[in-house]
Ligand binder design. Structure first.
Ligand code: SF4
Length: 453
């Protein structure tokens, strides 16, 4: 049985120079983990396509196609589903967006996977083989908030190794114990925090044929005792890793020390805003702007490069926010800053609130990529928000601002400097785009496949 698994392209975080395509991210785990669920069945042959680095083989002779749908890629996913169903190949849709909006995805699928696929995929394939594919496979909610479950090692052998900043990705936990109003993670996971047995994570890290890997947990230090146990077990492996964290990691000196000793060299941290009132309004009060300087001091002292994320367009933001943020980023010497536009992903509390306030401007999910304005901001116009976002990027990545930040990284200067130059290319692309155009709110329509990737 031939199965084609596709992760459609969101068009973000990648660079293309002619035929050379490079994703600015780590390799995703979705498809390799799904394929690993039936590792013991040699009759199943998988072809995995991450469209951010591969072309979708539209004529592939698949028996079944599975597509992972995220909000920003939903239109592309539906177009691909229509194509394969047009070829009489059954299509299964799953992923975050299909889980949050199953009724929207249903007309494009022969079967839907709603929730975590781990416990559903093998059964779905058995049913398909027997000609009994169900219209829907829904995950039973786990009762406990903290759950430890085994998850198989990803099928790295089926994944491209070139084209990624980091080709090997590991996951130790799923979910997050916080509930920021704009984030889809708590919508998907509820209040669950799933941990893999530490021994299994270590086994997978050890099996990676590389000294470096990405840990793509969204909030790996929420369960402090679990994180300490994991980091302690990682120390003897002598590997280097990068991942995500919250600012809370420095609140427990032992935890931070273990994280550093485990080989952490790079962290993406969501600072979001330098305004405490804003952080309270989005339910991210655990971020304390007064502590940001100490967070950065400790990170630099430990040799960790920080990609610091800030969001524009909160209800407390006025037109001054862009200059204030750019100056703050410079003061804090954030190694690689990253800006986003506040985006109300469907299912989130933010989406519900803005809908009630009749402030959503676009229901075109392709615009939901944190680089477009899809709602009416409170204290500025949509155009001002978009232009302020672009200005902040351009200003932050001027060489005169890059240098002092990169020099603060000490021996990590070359990596930080290169990372900043990569973002400078991104700014160039941002300005090649047309300026802001008011989105047209309307019904979802499927994009043509004619736009070749
Ligand atoms: S933004 Fe980060 S901390 Fe907040 S809910 Fe999402 S994953 Fe958790």
């Amino acid at each position: 049985m031939k199965i084609l698994l596709i992760m459609p392209d969101a068009g973000m975080h990648k660079f293309r120079f002619g035929s050379f395509v490079r994703s600015a991210r780590e390799a995703p785990l979705t498809l390799t983990t799904l394929a690993a669920l039936t590792r013991d069945d040699p009759s199943i042959e998988y072809r995995l396509i991450d469209e951010s680095v591969d072309r979708v083989p539209l004529d592939f002779p698949a028996d079944l196609v599975g597509i992972s749908v995220m909000t920003g890629t939903a239109r592309r996913a539906y177009a691909l589903a229509e194509h394969f169903r047009g070829r009489k190949i059954p299509v299964v849709l799953g992923g975050v967006h299909a889980t949050i909006l199953p009724e929207e995805a249903r007309p494009f699928a022969d079967s839907l996977v709603i929730g975590m696929a781990d416990g559903l995929w093998p059964q779905l394939l058995r049913d398909f083989r027997e000609g009994k594919l169900r219209a829907e496979y829904r995950e039973e909610k786990l009762a406990s908030r903290y759950t430890t479950i085994p998850i198989p090692a990803p099928r790295y052998d089926l994944q491209r190794k070139s084209g990624y900043m980091m080709p090997y990705t590991i996951q130790a936990t799923r979910g997050c114990m916080h509930s920021c109003d704009f984030c889809a993670v708590p919508v998907i996971w509820g209040n669950r925090y799933i941990r893999r047995p530490v021994g299994e994570v270590i086994r997978d890290i050890r099996s990676i044929p590389s000294k470096r890997f990405a840990l793509n947990d969204v909030s790996p230090v929420d369960d402090v005792e679990y994180a300490k146990e994991l980091f302690r077990a990682m120390i003897p492996l002598k590997k280097k890793w990068g991942g995500l964290s919250t600012t809370k990691v420095i609140e427990d000196p032992e935890l931070f020390d273990l994280m550093v000793k485990s080989g952490c060299q790079y962290l993406l941290i969501g600072f979001e805003s330098a305004n405490s009132e804003t952080l309270g309004s989005i339910a991210k009060r655990f971020n304390k702007p007064d502590h940001y300087a100490e967070v950065m001091r400790q990170m630099h002292q430990a040799g960790i490069i920080v990609q610091g994320c800030f969001v524009f367009g909160f209800d407390h933001d006025t037109r001054d926010i862009f200059r204030q943020t750019v100056e703050r980023v410079q003061e804090l010497k954030i190694d690689i800053p990253r800006y986003s536009i506040y985006t109300p992903y469907p299912g989130t509390r933010l989406f519900k609130r803005l809908e009630e306030e009749k402030r959503i401007l676009s229901y075109n999910w392709a615009d939901y990529n944190t680089m477009n304005v899809v709602y009416r901001p409170k204290n500025m116009s949509p155009v001002e928000l978009y232009e302020g976002f672009r200005w902040a990027y351009r200003e932050t990545f001027k060489v005169g601002r890059i240098l002092p930040r990169a020099l603060a990284a000490g021996t990590r200067f070359p990596i930080t400097f290169f990372g900043n130059l990569t973002y400078k290319l991104f700014v160039h692309r941002l300005y090649l785009n047309r300026g802001f155009e008011m989105p047209v709110a309307g019904e979802l329509s499927v994009q043509s496949l004619a736009t070749s990737r």
